[in-house]
Design a binder for this molecule. Structure first.
Ligand SMILES: Nc1ncnc2c1ncn2[C@@H]1O[C@H](COP(=O)(O)OP(=O)(O)O)[C@@H](O)[C@H]1O
Ligand SMILES: [Mg+2]
Length: 264
């Protein structure tokens, strides 16, 4: 296993088109960091929150995770709670190790926009998070929360854009990278997912090179992921050697990018 020494306070956002595998990959990365002894906070910003399942919680436990209060000003400046206090109050331990925070839940039709939940996450990431090694945000699909005004991930160090071998997901990656540049996020990498052939891997290489987005790793289409999903055992079983190797590659790329300092 590659040893990864993560700089204190690195903040990762996992983004991409709907259904590409953001939650699956966020779960794998969070598990891997926790497995290496890092204190990890994983934040679910999907209004249909599933990250808990990928970290080994049952559906009931996932749904029982308290939702962060909306529009919280975090940190001493505004007199609000610190990130540490919020994590202590709203975070839930998971079998996989990371502490899970749930930022958004739409419990009823017509409940309104989710912007105020995103504002809390933005403010949380802006706080120092000094006793957390890795904060990882599983983002809701869509680009609106990466806009310059109020972007949820404005304080992220690294964005990982998950892609399928489809033109549309590459297009989403390209738009995401452009918004990330506007937000001042220094490091954007793609993670290929659901590759079924060497041609899929070649497609990721070529299409992402054309967009100027470096590829951090490619995860194969894996029947075990599908089985785990159906059996409700996502996040509980050990990952295969192949998955472990790809995840290690991605973590090494992240480390190389932020090794000289996360925690802006
Ligand atoms: N590498 C993979 N191989 C097979 N199925 C996958 C893989 N990654 C994700 N999936 C499946 O694709 C679906 C969407 O994945 P998910 O992680 O929920 O995507 P997102 O969070 O981007 O919406 C899920 O049913 C998941 O089990
Ligand atoms: Mg998801």
């Amino acid at each position: 296993m590659t040893t990864v020494i993560t700089p204190l306070g690195v903040k990762l956002g996992v983004v991409g088109k709907g259904g590409v595998g953001k939650t699956t990959i966020a779960g794998l990365l969070a598990r891997a960091y926790a497995g290496r002894g890092s204190r990890v906070v994983a934040i679910d910003t999907d209004s249909n929150p599933n990250l808990g399942l990928s970290l080994g919680l049952s559906l009931e436990e996932t749904e029982a995770v308290p939702v962060l209060p909306r529009s919280v000003i975090v940190g001493s400046g505004g007199g609000g709670p610190s990130a540490r206090e919020l994590i202590g109050e709203y975070g839930r331990a998971t079998p996989a190790g990371p502490t899970l925070l749930s930022a958004i839940r739409v419990a009823e039709a017509g409940a309104g926009c989710t912007c105020s939940g995103h504002a809390t996450v933005r403010n949380l990431l802006a706080d120092a998070l000094t006793d957390v090694e890795v904060t990882l945000v599983d983002m809701e699909a869509g680009l609106e929360h990466l806009s310059r005004s109020g972007g949820t991930l404005a304080y992220a160090d690294v964005l990982l854009v998950v892609c399928e071998p489809t033109r549309k997901s590459i297009l989403t990656a390209s738009r995401t990278a452009a918004l990330a540049a506007e937000l001042g996020i220094a490091h954007v990498f793609a993670v290929g997912n659901k590759a079924r052939s060497a041609a899929d891997v070649a497609y990721f290489d070529e299409a992402l090179a054309q967009e100027g987005i470096p590829l951090a790793g490619v995860l194969a289409y894996d029947e075990a992921v599908v089985d785990d999903d159906r059996e409700g055992s996502v996040g509980l079983r050990p990952v295969t050697d192949d998955v472990e190797r790809v995840v290690a590659e991605v973590l090494a790329v992240v480390e190389a990018a932020v090794g000289s300092g996360g925690n802006r």
